[in-house]
Write a protein that binds this ligand. Structure first.
Ligand SMILES: Cc1cc2nc3c(=O)[nH]c(=O)nc-3n(C[C@H](O)[C@H](O)[C@H](O)COP(=O)(O)OP(=O)(O)OC[C@H]3O[C@@H](n4cnc5c(N)ncnc54)[C@H](O)[C@@H]3O)c2cc1C
Length: 245
């Protein structure tokens, strides 16, 4: 069965960091009632470049509650040199219409969690956790310990930090792998996201770890977590593999 497509208008472009753009899309009139998603899911964007149709996947970065209130779907796009979608959206002006499909993906939160919840993302891989913020605060209020571990190379590449920093009930850590001068008082840590596992007092019997972003990071984290005794069912992941066509 063909996947249903939704026409959307690019309503806003916003520079989030030195290498990341936030794109806001609005469903064309009459379509918004047909589209809904669960926090953590992604959409596919269809782009026509020089007569060829390309398909690219992006996590939805705003919450379903925000979408219901504003009608906007936000995604964060990190630039890839000479990438088809990267170049398309660098040039695109608000007002253009494209098709999207979705939502897809199973990186979603269960209703209740037994132990602590650790959400690990590198680069735009933290976008799905931003979509989960209303759910995360509910879980935290119910007594679940929630920590968001974000990884970037440099501070100037970081995105959405303030959205997590203002949540008093949700802990966050920012891992900067190539930044020399760290601000420990702003929850910055040196090195990679997986370096944080040791100090999180993880319990492989109860805790659930979410991993999202670059495939190499996810493989490294899974290896470490398995060595720590985590069963596969307690590790959820979304790899940002690129299609290359
Ligand atoms: C489920 C899923 C969710 C995703 N969510 C997001 C998201 O929220 N935000 C986001 O920015 N991306 C996300 N991606 C990746 C995204 O779909 C594109 O692959 C990415 O934006 C590159 O597309 P492009 O057309 O600009 O580059 P392409 O034209 O596909 O690539 C051009 C060349 O650049 C290289 N390249 C492509 N991607 C990378 C990379 N990541 N690292 C190093 N080299 C690369 C390859 O050599 C490729 O041949 C997601 C992918 C998946 C599968």
């Amino acid at each position: 069965m063909p996947v249903p497509l939704f026409p959307v208008t690019l309503s806003k472009k916003q520079q989030l960091s030195s290498n990341t753009l936030q794109l806001s899309f609005e469903l064309v009139s009459g379509e918004s009632d047909r589209f809904s998603f669960v926090a953590g899911q992604f959409i596919q964007l269809f782009l026509e470049v020089d007569g060829t149709l390309y398909k690219r996947s992006y996590s939805i970065a705003n919450s379903p509650e925000d979408f219901n209130a504003t009608g906007q779907i936000e995604v964060a796009l990190s630039f890839v040199n000479e990438g088809i979608a990267s170049e398309f959206f660098q040039k695109a002006e608000p007002g253009i219409t494209i098709n999207i499909a979705g939502p897809f993906g199973a990186l979603i939160l269960p209703e209740t969690l037994p132990g602590q919840l650790v959400l690990v993302g590198t680069g735009t891989g933290i976008a799905p956790y931003r979509s989960m913020i209303p759910q995360l605060t509910v879980l935290a209020d119910q007594g679940v310990s929630v920590t968001v571990v974000m990884g970037f190379r440099f501070r100037q590449e970081s995105i959405y930090i303030d959205d997590f920093a203002k949540l008093s009930e949700v802990a966050h850590r920012i891992c900067l792998s190539r930044e020399a001068d760290l601000h420990a008082d702003q929850y910055e840590h040196a090195g990679y996201v997986q370096n944080q596992f040791e100090s999180l007092n993880l319990n492989p019997e109860q805790d659930v770890i979410y991993l999202c972003g670059n495939p190499g990071m996810i493989d490294d984290c899974v290896t470490l977590l398995r060595d720590m005794g985590f069963p596969p069912r307690q590790i959820k992941r979304e790899k940002y593999v690129y299609s290359g066509h």
